[in-house]
Design a protein around this ligand. Structure first.
Ligand SMILES: Cc1cc2nc3c(=O)[nH]c(=O)nc-3n(C[C@H](O)[C@H](O)[C@H](O)COP(=O)(O)OP(=O)(O)OC[C@H]3O[C@@H](n4cnc5c(N)ncnc54)[C@H](O)[C@@H]3O)c2cc1C
Length: 117
C-alpha cells in the first residue's frame, strides 16, 4: 500500500466502526507504540526509525480483535500486532503505516498448569 493510499483513508469512519474499543491517536503515544528495541541494532536503526503507525487500538476481548480485523479489511488498512514491544528486530514495527493492534489489555489468565500458563 502506498503512502498516498494510507492518506486517503477516512479515519473518522474507521474509528466509528470501532466504538467501545480503546483507540489511541495522540501522536507521541502512537510513535512510542510503533517501536520496539530495534535501536539496539546499528543496521536497523536508520531503516526503521521513521516507521510509525497511524492509530493504535487496544482490544479487550477476542470479539474486539475480530471487529478490528474486519474494519481493517473493509478500509484496506495494514494491521500490525504488538505485545509489550520488547522484540529486538523491529518485528512489531508497521512498515507501511496503518493500525497497530496492541494486545496489552488482553491480560487475563485462561489456564495454568505446572510450568505453563
Ligand atoms: C533487553 C531484552 C532482553 C531480552 N531477553 C530475551 C530472552 O532472554 N529470551 C527471549 O526469548 N527473548 C528475549 N527478548 C526478546 C523479547 O522479549 C521477545 O521477543 C518477546 O517475546 C517479545 O514479546 P512482545 O510481547 O514484546 O512482542 P512484540 O515485540 O510486541 O512483538 C514481537 C512479534 O510478535 C508479534 N506479536 C506480538 N503479540 C502478538 C499476539 N498477541 N499475537 C500474534 N502476534 C503477536 C508481533 O507482531 C511481532 O512480530 C529480550 C528483549 C530485550 C529488549
Amino acid at each position: 500500500m502506498t503512502a498516498t493510499a494510507i492518506q486517503s483513508i477516512d479515519w473518522d469512519a474507521f474509528s466509528s466502526e470501532l466504538s467501545g474499543i480503546e483507540i489511541i491517536s495522540d501522536r507521541a503515544q502512537v510513535v512510542k507504540l510503533s517501536h520496539d528495541y530495534y535501536h539496539f541494532s546499528p543496521v536497523l536503526q536508520p531503516l526503521l526509525s521513521d516507521k510509525t503507525g497511524d492509530l493504535v487500538v487496544r482490544p479487550a476481548s477476542e470479539a474486539e480483535v475480530l471487529r478490528i480485523a474486519a474494519a481493517c479489511v473493509k478500509f484496506k488498512i495494514p494491521l500490525t500486532v504488538r505485545g509489550a514491544g520488547t522484540g529486538n528486530y523491529g518485528q512489531c514495527i508497521p512498515l507501511k503505516g496503518g493500525v497497530i493492534l496492541d494486545t496489552s489489555k488482553m491480560n487475563s489468565i485462561r489456564w495454568i498448569k505446572p510450568g505453563l500458563a
